[in-house]
Design a protein around this ligand. Sequence first.
Ligand code: XMP
Length: 507
Amino acid sequence: MQEKILILDFGSQTTQLIGRRVRELDTFCEIVPYNKFPKNDPSVIGVILSGSPYSVYDESAFKMDLSEIRGKYPILGICYGAQFMAYANGGKVEPAGSREYGRANLAKFDKENPLFKGFDENSQVWMSHGDTITTLPAGFKIIASTDKVQNAAYQAEGEKLWGVQFHPEVFHSTQGTQLLKNFVVGVCGSKQDWSPASFVESTVEELKKELGNDRVILGLSGGVDSSVCAVLLNKAIGKNLTCIFVDHGMLRKNEFKNVMHDYECLGLNVIGVDASEKFFKELEGVTEPERKRKIIGKGFVDVFDTEAKKITDAKWLAQGTIYPDRIESLSITGMVIKSHHNVGGLPEEMNLKLCEPLKWLFKDEVRRVGRQLGMPDHLINRHPFPGPGLAVRILGDITREKVQVLQEADDIFIQGLRDWGLYDQVWQAGVILLPIKSVGVMGDERTYERAVALRAVTSTDAMTADWAHLPYDFMAKVSNDIINKVKGVNRVCYDISSKPPATIEWE
Ligand code: XMP
């Protein structure tokens, strides 16, 4: 049985980060909504309560019945999690006089407490709350204070129950990982045996058992998640896996051919479908971004459905859904800006059972699993690419000619990033074809041609992103190459917008 830490999500933006930190300790964890603690799960070895955007006094504040966990598991409450446990046990939480944000130092802490094992004097922690615990419940003792916050951390006497008002999961809490390790390993006794190798081994075993001799179909996109999913399934069930890769005509230059080649080398059984004609026809004259997305989404489902139906004995549909996709869609405060599902909405009458072997992994873990499976670096480190492809990077209507222009410019940019050793330093990059022309001069000739924008961002999860500070020499070379080599383009701009308020894609 895979032991795990359970993280109860009270809606904080850093809940996922707590999950990542626990995984970095080679310990499996699951994030569940605050009110969905699983009954009778013997694999739980400890519980963490996250922060929250609410104050414990808000009417709509998230609350749970602590008797479900208290005395049964070691517990660590973080920020709101700590305040909630104090409040629910008769302590007092009040608005902080000066809102307690930012860096602070643990001026005093109990060096003997297992939570602070290995801590330095004055260790820096990160505070981010509008409330503070002013009175602890009877039987709770202070174990750390900062200059401004007396009850910075507490423990219920004689119990494995702790609360910290700071955020150990964020980078600015310099010994935060040590604190989490003290809890997860020191207190909860994690064996730290969660690794890509153990994941591959146990998942392949489970898939073999679950799928038996059933036939499975999988939609491939060329991206990391679906590719790793395919290789994992291939290892478990081999020829019973059929992959379908649809070319909607708006992939990168030579992408379809190259990726098909990679898949063949990996021994996958792939049906490649060139459906570009259909997509170009349906997109003719369409300029509105959401309509483009809808047309492509529906067209994709149609083509996939037609191909899948040919595999008459298929019982399962596999998808490369990863953990953040699910957390976003399960999010209890539920703020989703764009929906990014490519295979979502497959017709229900297909009657296929869903198989999502990567559903517990974060992106970096998917990459580590891919490496463990022996996949080549260029597949694993591939930048994310939107399902609708270049269609959302051509502003205005879409034609084959525009796609070709964009493919050429994009290829120069991406190849340039590789040649200059910059590709792996950015999260994602691409070129956008703008719906404007501008005046230029080439030789003695006046030109009146298209403008393109380069976009390159750094990010860890695509939820937020900053524009990449690429070297000027590199940008000068790329701009020159695009203008000289791509017919029809005479101007190159660089997008210097961060997300938020901009998004990564322009449409
Ligand atoms: P935005 O533009 O929302 O993009 O900042 C965030 C990340 O999602 C990718 N993206 C998509 N991926 N289907 C996808 O599979 C889509 O429709 C889609 N739209 C955006 C985008 O490239 C970035 O990595």
